[in-house]
Ligand binder design. Sequence first.
Ligand SMILES: Cc1ncc(COP(=O)(O)O)c(C=O)c1O
Length: 368
Amino acid sequence: MPLVPEYIQKLSPYKPGMHIETAKRKYGFKKVIKLASNENPLGPSPKAIQKIEKSLNLNHRYPDSYAYSLRKKLSDKFNVSIDNVILGSGSEGIMSTIMRTFLNKDDEIIGVENSFIGFRVLANSSGNKIQWVKMNNYKYDLNAISEKINTYTKIIYLANPDNPTGTYFTKSDFKKFMKFVPQRVLVILDEAYFEYADSLDDYPDSMKYRLDNVITLRTFSKCYGLAGLRVGYGFAHHNLINNLMKVKLPFEPSLPAQQAALAAMTDYDHLNKTISLNNIEKNNIINELNKLNMNFIETSTNFITLIFKNVNQSIYFTKNMLKEGILVRHLSSFGLPECVRVTIGTTKENKIYLEVLKNVIKSLNETV
Ligand SMILES: Cc1ncc(COP(=O)(O)O)c(C=O)c1O
């Protein structure tokens, strides 16, 4: 028997968007604009920062492994019992717990090609058989997913809205799809960008459906601006949560993460600012992209994915943005080599981004 199972040997490590410090170190930049990881450009809620500072002198203690205060607050907000709530080190932490809790050796997973890479890494490292379903014009094809369900299927992963495309499936798509999903199959409904899409009339907020085989995942990493602290939350039937609690690492999320999330949840001012800034800037960027005749995917998130004619163009664009200190995300590792994902930043950042973009597109049209 090899030391490392073959399915692990075959994997390549997760490649995140380039870190600001890495770009500074590698390229000698003094300033970098990072539009590569869909973070909140306004930073954390000031109330969360205060709460973290206050909790610092308690960090010689382990956090409450039951995380009563945060789970209670989430259960009150979403009108469920505390036994329906789980926390983790980011929503990816909970995804990992789900895989370790529910998958038997012969169980199969269904995922969507070109969707969230974090799930792909977890699925591949489980050693279970995976059915990857193609997207249709950068959108989930729920019919094609339902056709893949067989007697071995245990987990289906859906990100709504999706990363890296920014597209979403509608209420009627979801209702129709769930009719084909047997009760024994768990659907992970990843709603990391929920707050950005929630105001859309036909967006299916999974918390309004209360389906016993659906686990809803959300996060404090995106519009709450706490990506560095790693805190995510999930809702599900209490039987599922009960089993997840047996497998989850006992002390995730950390003490500062729990404290910050408690404060961020009620900082409505910061949340509203984040969402309205995103809406204003999104419209502005879209106007400019249209003026330049650029091709992009319609988005319901805090990023816009650009579609280039070919890989040479997308690579040229990414490299030339980087030369100017602007980090964007080339999507080859997501299987979309013609695409580049760009997070919506602050007004100032977007202004610089658009100025540089215009120059890069001009030279691209002349050379590639
Ligand atoms: C669709 C999706 N799910 C989950 C995550 C991970 O979130 P977290 O930081 O809570 O682990 C991301 C992060 O980019 C994401 O885009």
